[in-house]
Design a protein around this ligand. Structure first.
Ligand SMILES: [Zn+2]
Length: 759
């Protein structure tokens, strides 16, 4: 096992930086060389310090989350098999990964013993043949068992890479040997596709850590096993990731379109390209990246609804659409990071910046480090401390931050993202360059970077110009260099020790169109940050879904900074219009918002008329369907259906409120008709309108929707998409819930709106 000292450069400079990290004097080195050399290498974790917003969120990740994980709960499934649910075993490895990176960066003396305990306790449960899952012998390699081993490998190998801990590498090797022996296309071997969910993608995503193992161990059998995994994609019933993505470039039409699992495989494919130089492995990852970035990416930098990629431009943002699983957000970040390292291209840093400053930090509870499973663009955040895939993935994403900001790009130090702090960047010639950055970014676009070298030295300094930036200048000793959006400024000169670079970039305010999912809406974006109308800061705006900026022209939005109290580090005010009246609107970054709307009505499309008492209800339905869209958003063009679920004798759609409301009139809007369903069968009666008087009461029928046209199980009624039908109740009722129930026509029903009105 070869070992090298990392950071063998100028010790004086390192000491001056006073990095609190643990030091990596004996960190193990990869024993296999990459065939394709990375163009970007991040600054070492333990030789940097990040302050400001990113530093604070990393602090919360450590203090609030990682130091408080329930170690016993993470290990219970290994110690007493079987685990209580199929993927409970993934959390130990995810913790090891997040905590190792965090410890490397902080050197935190409380975290290290937790890490050591977790690794040792996990290894202690490994069976003699190498098995390290949470399943009984009879259930081995079913469901999520390979997936669990994937995270064992990731956690143990990351821990090994940071500490040089021999038993961790040995445990990982035993896992690798067991997998390599068990799965393959040789006689008596199992098919890995049949050992994991989502067209086999959950199991095949073990590709990524198998390559980590190969790197640290050098045994060619692991590289052969990686090639077997990729070959298996194309076996009958396989996800065809390479073939389909290379041919179609469409993730929605590939395998079952499950976002987290598919992107996890792509992360492995990029690394397989790095190790082999075979472009066959890179092409599908590049095609998928382009497809996601251009057709399936939310403005806030996540992807997936209900955990799946959706059709082109279909980006529903309500809570009911289960937007952006945090696991998908983090894996998208990992995919971008892989491509950034490989290519050094600014476009990947652009996406990393978007995701980091918006959806990743937006999913994190800024107070306690808990994470949301889904994070809507319209609605409330609901972070949770309940053990879930996302609660374990979010901290891994935050712990990646020190790999994203600065490092070596080709032959010189590079700044990719702007934050206050400092980093030591070892150059290939042995020289250590310390970059010290002072800025209030993302609140402000001025950045001062001092370049500290032990002596005069010539090298290029690369500064990324964000793609949203319209004016960017970097000034050294009065010499001004202009930057182009989406490219790097290259300052190639003789640097004197302590020389300063003054960067000035504008943070333009943009009005982003809502795309096909939000045609009548816009979002306000400032620099890298998507802004949101926060309910608690706009007490005069009773109905936020009817609030609009006064102008859709950024130049006349009237955006100014404002103060909104200690809980809101950044806040902005714009001129708005609510229900026809001028009204200032207070916006905060999406990353900080709690109960909010990113999508604001277009000033020329503000809804008018009476507002439903159910406008802010929680939505539910009897069977999951395939189409998304809120049923209480005052939009006839977005709807739910129950298509694709098991047949049912009755369907219902419900809205429940926090407080009882008086309801005198109910409006149901039909969604969309299809040949095989989408309506209610009225042969046994018209759809029923039901209410719930208290939260615990039963549903009671208060009316039938007599206006609804006659239809049978096979004959749809004649109606327009989005058509409304209403009924006035005999007398107004006080209710906390409103529901429509009926027999699905064809195989399923649809609902665009269900609204209760006071009059
Ligand atoms: Zn998840």
């Amino acid at each position: 096992m070869g070992r090298v000292a990392i950071g063998t450069g100028c010790l004086l400079v390192a000491a001056a930086l006073a990095a609190p990290g643990p030091g990596l004097a004996s960190a193990p080195k990869a024993v296999v060389a990459d065939k394709v050399k990375d163009r970007f290498t991040p600054a070492p974790y333990d030789r940097q310090k990040i302050r400001g917003l990113l530093g604070e969120r990393m602090r919360v990740n450590l203090e609030g989350r990682l130091l408080h994980v329930n170690e016993a709960a993470l290990l219970a499934g290994f110690q007493r098999r079987p685990g209580e649910q199929p993927w409970i075993g993934e959390h130990a490895g995810k913790f090891l990964d997040a905590a190792t990176n965090t410890w490397l960066y902080t050197g935190d003396y409380r975290l290290k013993p937790m890490l050591d305990r977790m690794a040792q306790s996990l290894i202690a449960t490994q069976l003699p043949d190498g098995y390290l899952g949470t399943y009984l012998d009879s259930q081995r390699w079913t469901s999520w068992d390979v997936w669990v081993h994937k995270y064992d490998l990731i956690g143990l190998l990351r821990y090994y890479a940071a500490t040089g801990d021999g038993p961790s590498l040995e445990a990982a090797r035993k896992i690798g040997d067991l997998l390599e022996l068990t799965f393959g296309d040789g006689p008596g071997q199992r098919d890995i596709l049949k050992s994991g969910t989502h067209v086999g993608m959950a199991a095949t995503s073990v590709l990524e850590p198998i390559l980590m193992l190969y790197r640290y161990n050098g045994d060619e059998r692991y590289l052969d096993f990686a090639r077997y995994i990729v070959r298996s994609y194309d076996r009958p019933g396989g996800p065809k990731l390479v073939a389909s993505l290379t041919a179609t470039g469409n993730v929605f039409q590939t395998a079952d379109a499950k976002a987290y699992e598919m992107m996890s495989n792509l992360v492995g494919l990029v690394d397989l390209y790095r190790l082999t130089g075979d472009e066959t492995f890179l092409k599908p990852a590049l095609a998928a990246w382009r497809d996601i970035a251009t057709r399936r990416l939310y403005l806030t930098g996540t992807t997936s609804s209900d955990e799946y990629f959706q059709d082109s431009g279909d980006l529903p943002g309500e809570e009911s659409a289960n937007v952006g699983e945090t696991c998908a957000t983090v894996t998208w970040l990992q995919l971008n990071w892989q491509l950034l390292r490989l290519t050094g291209e600014a476009q990947y840093a652009d996406e990393i910046e978007r995701t980091l400053f918006n959806h990743l930090l937006g999913a994190q509870d800024a107070k306690n480090g808990n994470f949301c499973y889904f994070t809507p663009l319209v609605g409330r955040k609901r972070p949770s401390a309940t053990i879930s895939c996302c609660l374990s993935s979010g901290p891994r994403g935050v712990a990646m931050i020190p790999q994203l900001l600065w490092g070596l790009r080709d032959d010189g130090p590079a700044v990719l993202l702007y934050a206050p702090g400092e980093a030591t960047i070892p150059l290939p010639n042995g020289l250590d360059v310390v970059l010290r950055s002072e800025t209030k970014f993302p609140a402000d676009g001025a950045v001062t970077i001092s370049v500290r070298t032990p002596r005069v030295a010539r090298f290029p300094l690369y500064l990324r110009v964000p793609s949203w930036c319209t004016r960017y200048t970097a000034t050294v000793k009065g010499e001004v260099t202009e930057g182009k959006p989406g490219q790097f400024v290259k300052l190639d000169r003789n640097w004197l020790p302590g020389e300063m670079v003054q960067i000035q970039m504008d943070l333009p305010v943009r009005v982003a169109p809502g795309g096909s999912s939000y045609g009548d809406f816009v979002a306000i974006v400032r620099g890298p940050q998507v802004l949101a109308l926060e309910a608690s800061l706009n007490p005069l705006v009773q109905y936020p879904h009817r609030a609009a900026p006064r102008s859709a022209n950024p130049a006349t939005l009237g955006l100014i900074e404002t103060k909104a109290g200690a809980n809101w580090p950044q806040a902005y005010m714009i001129d708005g219009v609510v229900a026809g009246k001028t009204q200032p609107l207070v916006l905060v970054p999406f990353a900080d918002a709690l109960n909010y709307r990113v999508w604001l009505a277009r000033p020329d499309r503000i809804p008018l008329g009476q507002v439903a008492a159910t406008a802010f209800g929680r939505e539910s339905w009897s069977r999951p369907g395939t189409q998304h869209g809120s049923i209480c958003d005052e939009r006839s063009d977005t709807y739910r259906n129950t298509l694709g679920a098991k047949p049912a004798p009755q369907d219902w759609y419900a809205v429940e409120m926090d407080q009882a409301a008086s309801i005198a009139r109910v409006v149901y809007r039909h969604g969309k008709l299809f040949a095989n369903g989408g309506w209610f069968d009225t042969s046994e009666g018209k759809p029923q309108i039901q209410i719930k008087r208290t939260r615990t009461a039963n549903w009671e029928t208060v009316a039938t929707l007599d206006e609804y046209p006659n239809a049978s199980a096979i004959q749809p009624p004649g109606m327009r998409d989005g058509e409304a039908f209403s009924v006035r109740l005999k007398s107004p009722v006080k209710a906390v819930g409103l529901r429509i129930a009926g027999k699905p026509g064809g195989q399923f029903s649809t609902c665009a709106e269900l609204a209760g009105y006071e009059r």
